[in-house]
Design a protein around this ligand. Structure first.
Ligand code: IPT
Length: 943
C-alpha cells in the first residue's frame, strides 16, 4: 500500500493530457482534478476536453511489457482516452479468491495508461459481455443458482465481492484523487431493464461504487434506459454498431445514424461504444474482411458524422482487440479478437489508424468544437451532397461536414458552397475559377470557417485541418485533402502579409484584405506567411503524406515530426528534446520544435540540419531485416491413455449429482455436466464403467448427447480402447457396442468432450449456466444405472496463467506444456504429420530466437494444412495457451504471440495438442513462425 500511495503522489504532474514523457519532478503534491460535464462536453478542471477514446482489454494481452506500447500507439494517433473492461472471471479463479498480480496487475495497467497521457473510462461490470467466456462472469459462477444481473441478494453478495476488489484499485487511480487517469466509471453493461428490479440493481451498483470511493462521473452504455429516476447514471452513453457483425460483404454499407436524436439535455453526446470493427465467428470470413467493412472510409464518414451531430465523447469498440487466449473465447468466436480494429492483434497499424489520427489531431486542435450548436447548412450547388453544420456560439467558428446525402454512395462528386462568414458572404467557395470541392465516394470533409489559426484569422479552407501548433514563435498548421483534389484557403490580415511559397505549387491572391491560396493537394506544399500576429507556416498535404505527420505535446509546447513509423513520446530536458519512437525503412525525418534544441531519438543524439521552414532534418536509424528460424526437429507423444480399459481412473470424480444449478435440463441421471464437477475449461473426459458377465447382460450400446457450445463443438467415443466414432456440430447419437470389443468383467466407454466457452448472459437468463460436457447418457438394452461414470477435466489453475489457460487433456493435467520432459520419451516426427487413427497426439519443438535488440518484431505461429484434414489443435508457447485451431473450419491460421509470452532473445518451447476426431490419415499440418512486422523501437528494458 505504501508504495502505491507514493507512486500516486509522484505521478500527478504527468497526467493533464500532456503526453509528456515519463520523468516526474519529485515532491509534487497530489493535486486532485475535477471531472465535470455540461450540455456540450466533459471538462477536466473546468477545461473542455474531447474524449477521443478506444476500447482495449487487458485480459486480451497477457504481456504487461506491451501495455505501454498500445497506450502510446493510441496517444500518437490523438487518442486521449481508453475505455477498459475489467473481467471478473479473469481475476477470480475460485470463489472468494482474487488475483491482481503478473499479467493481471491492473495497478501497472492504469499506471501505464497515465504515463502515456491516456484517460480511462473504467468498465468493471460485474457483467461485461465482450465476447468473453460467461460475459466476464467467473467460471465458478456456473455453479451458483443466482439470478444474474438482478437485485437477487445471493447474486449481489458475490458481485459485491468483485466490486470491492476492483473498486479499491480503480479508486486509487482516479484523476479526482490526484494521481491517476480514471475519469469515468461505467455502471454494468448494456443493461436495458428499466423495471423496478432493474433500477434497484443499477442503484445498488452505483451506491456500492460511491461507498467504495469512486468519485468520478458514473456513466452508462444503456442508451436511453437510465437517464432519470432510480438507477440513473450521470452521463448516458450509446452503443452503436451501424454495420452489424457480418463481415462477409464488406462493400455493403448501411447508412450512418444521426446521433443527435440520442442527445440528453444537460449531458454531452457520448457514444460509449461506436463500431470500431466487428467480431468474427468460427468458419467466418476472417478479420481482414472485418477491417474492410469497418475501414478507414467508415471512420472518415461515420466518426465525422458523429462530430457533426454534436458528439464530444466517442469511444470505438475495439481500438485494439487482442487475443481471447486460453479458453476465454465464447463458443461462437475463435481465438483471435483482432476485431478488424485500427491496431491489429499483432500490434500493427492499419489504414483506419491513420484516419483516426487525422480526426483525433483535428479534435484536439480546434477548441471551439467543444461547444457548438447545430447551425444553418451552407447552400451547395450539387444536390447529391449535403452540409451538416455546427457553430460555436462564443467564437462564431463554423464546422461544415460536406458529404453525400446518402452516406453509402460511392460516386465522386464536386461542389461549391455559398458561405456566410464574419468576413462577409461568399457566393461560391472555392472562388478560383475551374476549381471545386471534391467529395470522394464514402468520404466526408469537415471544413472550417471563422477560425483563429494561432493569431491569424482563417476565413475558410476547403482543405481539412489536421492540426495547428504554436512552435518556436510561429504557428505551424497542417491542412490536407485527397491527392489531386483542389484546395483553397483564405485568411484575412490587416495589411498585406509577406507570402513565401517554400515548396510546391501554390497560387496566391490578395484582395479586400484577404489572402487566398489555391493549390492541388500533392505531397506537402509549404507556404510561410509573415506580417500577421506571428509567422504562419502552412503545410498543405495530401492524405497519404499525413500518415507520417506526428504530434506530441509537452509542457514546453507541441512538437511536430514529419517522418518515422511512430512518434511515441516527446520530452524537453533543458535544451534537449528527447524523442522516442519507431521506424521502419525510411530514414528521412523532419522535426518542428523550439529553436536551438538538440535532439535525441531513442536516447541517441541525432545530428540536425536546419531548413528554411525553421525545422530540422534528421536521419533515423532504419529497421534491420530479420529472418525467423524454421520450426523443425518436431517430436510427438500419444496423449489419450484414458481410452484404455485398464487406465487408472480411481482418482477421478464419481458422477453422483442428481440436481444442478444449470439452466439445462439433464437428459438422464446422474447429472454429467462438466461444470457441476468443477471442470470449466477445454476438454473433459468421461469414463463409463459397466460389467459384462454371466449374470449381467452388457448394454448393446449407448446413446450420448453432449454440449460443447457453438458450431465448433465435438466429442469422441471409445469402447475398451476401440474407437466408436465422433460427432461435430450435431451432438447426439447412439453408439453400438460391437461384440468383439466387449470384455469379461469391467468394460469402459471413454468419452472426450470439449467446452468451447460458456455463453454470455446478455438477457440475464442464466445463459452462462448452459451445460457443457455430456448432458445425457442412456445405456441401450440395459437399465439406466448399468453404467457408472467418472469424470476428469482441468485441474487446479496454474497460478501464473490463471483459470482459462489449461483444459483437461491428459498432457494438460500433467502440465506437459510447462515441462514436456514429464511425458517421458518423445518420438521424432515430421510435419505435416500422417497419424492414422482418431485420438489425441502431442507435438513439440523448441526454437531459439535472436531478434535484433532495439527492434520490435511481432511474431506469430502459422498452421498450414493440406486440404481435407479434420483435426483440432491447441497451441502452447512457453506454457501459455495462445490458440485453438480447427482445420477445415478456420478461418484462423495465424496466431500472434506477444513478446513477453515469446522470448525474442532466447529459448522458446512450442507444444501443440492435436485431437483428431476421425480415423482418416492426417494430423498436425505445417507449423512455422511468421513476422507481422519489425520496426526499430525504444528499448523496453531502459529505465
Ligand atoms: C456490445 C457489448 O456491450 C460489448 O461488450 C460487445 O459484446 C459488443 O456488443 C460486440 O462486440 S452489445 C451491442 C452490440 C448490442
Amino acid at each position: 500500500m505504501k508504495r502505491r500511495a507514493l507512486a500516486s503522489l509522484i505521478a500527478v504532474s504527468l497526467l493533464p493530457a500532456s503526453g509528456a514523457g515519463h520523468a516526474a519532478p519529485a515532491a509534487v503534491s497530489a493535486r486532485p482534478h475535477r471531472v465535470t460535464f455540461d450540455d456540450y462536453s466533459f471538462m477536466i478542471d473546468g477545461k473542455r476536453v474531447y474524449l477521443w477514446s478506444g476500447e482495449v482489454h487487458p485480459y486480451r494481452l497477457p504481456s504487461p511489457e506491451l501495455w505501454p506500447d498500445i497506450f502510446q500507439k493510441m496517444k500518437a494517433a490523438g487518442f486521449n482516452t481508453a475505455s477498459i473492461y475489467f473481467s471478473w472471471g479473469y481475476h477470480s479463479p475460485r470463489e472468494g479468491e482474487y488475483d491482481f498480480t503478473g499479467v493481471r496487475d491492473l495497478d501497472k495497467l492504469l499506471d501505464d495508461a497515465r504515463d502515456a497521457g491516456i484517460y480511462v473510462i473504467a468498465r468493471p461490470g460485474p457483467y461485461i459481455n465482450a465476447e468473453v467466456d460467461s460475459g466476464g462472469f467467473p467460471l465458478w459462477l456456473t455453479n451458483k443458482p443466482v439470478k444474474n444481473r438482478s437485485p437477487d441478494p445471493a447474486y449481489l453478495r458475490l458481485a459485491d465481492e468483485w466490486m470491492t476488489q476492483i473498486d479499491r484499485i480503480l479508486a486509487r487511480h482516479q484523476i479526482t484523487d490526484g494521481g491517476g487517469s480514471v475519469i469515468a466509471y461505467q455502471i454494468e453493461n448494456e443493461y436495458y431493464k428499466g423495471t423496478d428490479d432493474g433500477r434497484a440493481y443499477m442503484q445498488h451498483l452505483e451506491d456500492k461504487a460511491r461507498a467504495d470511493g469512486i468519485t468520478v462521473p458514473l456513466v452508462g452504455n444503456h442508451d436511453a434506459t437510465f437517464v432519470s429516476g432510480t438507477g440513473a447514471v450521470q452521463v448516458s452513453g450509446w452503443d452503436y454498431y451501424p454495420q452489424g457483425f457480418d463481415c462477409s460483404h464488406p462493400e455493403k454499407w448501411k447508412p450512418a445514424p444521426n446521433m443527435a436524436s440520442h442527445k440528453f439535455a444537460g449531458e454531452p453526446l457520448f457514444t460509449a461504444e461506436f463500431q470500431g470493427g466487428a467480431f468474427d465467428p468460427w468458419g467466418g470470413p476472417g478479420y481482414d474482411k472485418c477491417a474492410d467493412l469497418i475501414n478507414d472510409r467508415f471512420a472518415n464518414v461515420f466518426y465525422k458524422e458523429n462530430i457533426a451531430r454534436g458528439a464530444t465523447a466517442q469511444n470505438f469498440y475495439m481500438l485494439f482487440g487482442g487475443t481471447s487466449w486460453g479458453w476465454q473465447a465464447i463458443p461462437q468466436n475463435y481465438t483471435s479478437y483482432d476485431y478488424g480494429a485500427a491496431i491489429t492483434e499483432a500490434r500493427q497499424l492499419g489504414p483506419k489508424y491513420y484516419e483516426d489520427k487525422r480526426i483525433g489531431y483535428f479534435l484536439h486542435s480546434t477548441a471551439p468544437l467543444l461547444k457548438t450548436k447545430a447551425s444553418a447548412a451552407a447552400r451547395l450547388d450539387n444536390p447529391e451532397l449535403v452540409d451538416i453544420a455546427r457553430t460555436n456560439p462564443d467564437t462564431g467558428t463554423q464546422f461544415h461536414l460536406i458529404r453525400h446525402g446518402d452516406t453509402t454512395a460511392t460516386s465522386v462528386e464536386q461542389t461549391h458552397l455559398a458561405l456566410d462568414t464574419m468576413e462577409g458572404h461568399f457566393d461560391r467557395v472555392p472562388q478560383a475559377p475551374g476549381t471545386a470541392i471534391t467529395v470522394d465516394g464514402r468520404e466526408s470533409r469537415m471544413l472550417l470557417a471563422d477560425y483563429d489559426l494561432g493569431g491569424s484569422r482563417l476565413v475558410y479552407s476547403t482543405s481539412e485541418l489536421m492540426t495547428d501548433a504554436a512552435i518556436g514563435g510561429r504557428e505551424v498548421a497542417v491542412l490536407y485533402g485527397r491527392p489531386g483534389t483542389d484546395g483553397e484557403t483564405t485568411l484575412t490580415f490587416a495589411s498585406r502579409p509577406r507570402v513565401s511559397v517554400l515548396s510546391g505549387k501554390v497560387a496566391q491572391q490578395w484582395k479586400n484584405g484577404q489572402l487566398t491560396l489555391d493549390y492541388k493537394h500533392d505531397g506537402i506544399a509549404r507556404v510561410l506567411i509573415e506580417g500577421g500576429a506571428k509567422p504562419l507556416l502552412l503545410l498543405l498535404a495530401d492524405t497519404p503524406a499525413t500518415r507520417r505527420i506526428w504530434r506530441q505535446d509537452t509542457p514546453q509546447g507541441p512538437v511536430l515530426m514529419l517522418g518515422g513509423h511512430l512518434l511515441r513520446t516527446a520530452r524537453y530536458d533543458g535544451n534537449t528534446l528527447a524523442l522516442t519512437g519507431d521506424n521502419a525503412d525510411n530514414p528521412a525525418a523532419e522535426i518542428f520544435a523550439a529553436s536551438g534544441t538538440s535532439i535525441t531519438w531513442n536516447s541517441a543524439t541525432l545530428p540536425t540540419v536546419a531548413t528554411p521552414s525553421h525545422s530540422v532534418t534528421v536521419t533515423l536509424p532504419i529497421a534491420r531485416a530479420i529472418t525467423l528460424p524454421a520450426l523443425d526437429h518436431w517430436q510427438t507423444h500419444t496423449g489419450a491413455p484414458e481410452i484404455e480399459r485398464g487406465f487408472d481412473d480411481a482418482g477421478w470424480t464419481i458422477a453422483d449429482k442428481t440436481t444442478t444449478a444449470s439452466i439445462t435440463e439433464p437428459g438422464s441421471l446422474p447429472v454429467l455436466f462438466a461444470d457441476d464437477y468443477g471442470f470449466h475449461t477445454g476438454n473433459t473426459w468421461y469414463r463409463g464403467h459397466f460389467t459384462a458377465d454371466a449374470h449381467q447382460a452388457a448394454p448393446t450400446g449407448i446413446y450420448l448427447k453432449a454440449r460443447s457450445g457453438g458450431p465448433a463443438g465435438a466429442f469422441s467415443v471409445w469402447l475398451n480402447g476401440h474407437f466408436l466414432g465422433s460427432l461435430t456440430g450435431n451432438e447426439e447419437r447412439s453408439f453400438g457396442f460391437p461384440a468383439q470389443y466387449l470384455a469379461e468383467g469391467d468394460n469402459v466407454v471413454s468419452v472426450l468432450t470439449v467446452d468451447m466457452g460458456h455463453e454470455e448472459d446478455y438477457n440475464s437468463t442464466g445463459e452462462n449456466r448452459t451445460a457443457r460436457g455430456l448432458i445425457e447418457a442412456k445405456p441401450i438394452d440395459a437399465p439406466a444405472n448399468a453404467v457408472t461414470w467418472r469424470i476428469q477435466g482441468a485441474t487446479a489453475p496454474d497460478a501464473l496463467r490463471g483459470p482459462y489457460n489449461f483444459g483437461g487433456l491428459y498432457g494438460e493435467r500433467q502440465r506437459w506444456p510447462l515441462d514436456p520432459g514429464k511425458a517421458g520419451a518423445w518420438q521424432p516426427a515430421t510435419l505435416p504429420a500422417s497419424d492414422p487413427g482418431a485420438g489425441v497426439t502431442w507435438y513439440r519443438t523448441d526454437v531459439t530466437l535472436d531478434l535484433p535488440r532495439g527492434q520490435d518484431t511481432s511474431v506469430g505461429i502459422d498452421i498450414t494444412d493440406p486440404p481435407g484434414r479434420h483435426y483440432r489443435a491447441t497451441i502452447f508457447v512457453n506454457g501459455w495457451q495462445m490458440g485453438n485451431y480447427i482445420a477445415g473450419m478456420g478461418p484462423q491460421h495465424r496466431f500472434p504471440i506477444p513478446t513477453g509470452v515469446l522470448d525474442p532473445k532466447g529459448h522458446n518451447s512450442i507444444v501443440v495438442a492435436v485431437w483428431k476426431p476421425d480415423a482418416s490419415a492426417g494430423g498436425l499440418g505445417t507449423v512455422s513462425l511468421v513476422d507481422f512486422g519489425s520496426v526499430t523501437t525504444p528499448s523496453r528494458s531502459a529505465p
